[in-house]
Design a protein around this ligand. Structure first.
Ligand SMILES: Nc1ncnc2c1ncn2[C@@H]1O[C@H](COP(=O)(O)OP(=O)(O)OP(=O)(O)O)[C@@H](O)[C@H]1O
Ligand SMILES: [Mg+2]
Length: 269
């Protein structure tokens, strides 16, 4: 492990819905610049971990600490999504959340606004500082759309985009708030194999280009293993393995979780 402090650390993070412990004692450390995979069978608790990290659910137990933009470490378990977003935590959703009746461009612009700390007087009187911001926003929106190769669709309504492009637009929106930590929940779901491969390359590129730390939920093991340095595996809300792609590939508990007892037996034998 690197000697410096993690950008995100959770300790024994847990959440209970009714009687169900959806996540139990989830402890992890993410370091600046890492691309880490979070995998596990359906219902393992992956999205629930994201919902706690991004402030949608308050954990029933445990702690989350996050190093903000100024290097200050804060306990964030009880903070709301908008606050966490301003602090640099941004995410996408497994079920795409876009403003379907806004244009592609406006979807990104709305997200830019959410991260903007502007003075109401500048806006009201359209002072130079506000105009400069407007210009910066136009440029930034164009850059983000072009990064995802959807700049040609900027005037189309988001709901009219093909599924794969809606997913890309969602990531562009997540990047608009200048995150430090990006949580991607199955960003390639519904894409064809070529689109998926291209997207994974783009995610690697974005990580370097934007100096991001990325936590990625993705079902395609081959893809996760191809781009992540480290992988955590959940099953029934518990972490059953953590390590390099090589470690995970050979881990009997992981093989068992994905393929059942027979497969684990074969692999060990
Ligand atoms: N708001 C909720 N109320 C009750 N149960 C919930 C809620 N959210 C999640 N769960 C339950 O928690 C467990 C974990 O769900 P979660 O969506 O985190 O799994 P996942 O690993 O993301 O699965 P998938 O790969 O299918 O997306 C499931 O049993 C789910 O039904
Ligand atoms: Mg999920």
């Amino acid at each position: 492990m690197p000697a410096h402090k993690p950008i995100l650390a959770t300790e024994n993070l847990s959440i209970v819905f009714g009687g169900l412990r959806a996540v139990s004692d989830f402890s992890c450390e993410l370091y600046r610049g890492e691309l880490v995979g979070l995998i596990g069978p359906n219902g393992a608790g992956k999205t629930t971990v994201f919902n706690m990290l991004s402030g949608i659910y308050s954990p029933s137990g445990g702690s989350i600490s996050y190093m903000d933009r100024n290097g200050k470490i804060r306990e964030t378990g009880s903070l709301r999504p908008a606050v966490l977003n301003r602090m640099g935590i941004s995410r996408t959703f497994q079920n795409i959340r876009l403003f379907g009746s806004l244009t592609v461009e406006d979807n990104v612009r709305v997200a830019l606004h959410s991260g903007r700390a502007e003075n109401p007087f500048d806006v009201l009187f359209r002072l130079p500082r506000f105009r400069m911001d407007e210009q910066r926003m136009r440029v930034k929106t164009a850059e983000l759309l072009s990064l995802f190769k959807i700049e040609g669709k900027r005037d189309e309504l988001a709901r009219n985009l093909p599924y794969g492009e809606q997913r890309k637009l969602e990531i562009a929106r997540a990047l608009a708030s200048d995150p430090c930590l990006l949580l991607l929940d199955e960003p390639a779901a519904g894409m064809n194999p070529q689109e998926t491969e291209d997207l994974m390359k783009l995610i690697s590129f974005i990580r370097k280009e934007f100096h991001l730390t990325i936590l990625l939920i993705e079902h395609d093991m081959r893809l996760v293993m191809g781009i992540c340095e480290r992988i955590m595996v959940l099953d029934y809300g518990r972490t059953i393995a953590e390590g390099t792609p090589g470690d995970i590939r050979r881990n009997p508990a992981v093989i068992k979780a994905y393929l059942g007892d027979d497969a684990a037996g074969v692999s060990n034998g």
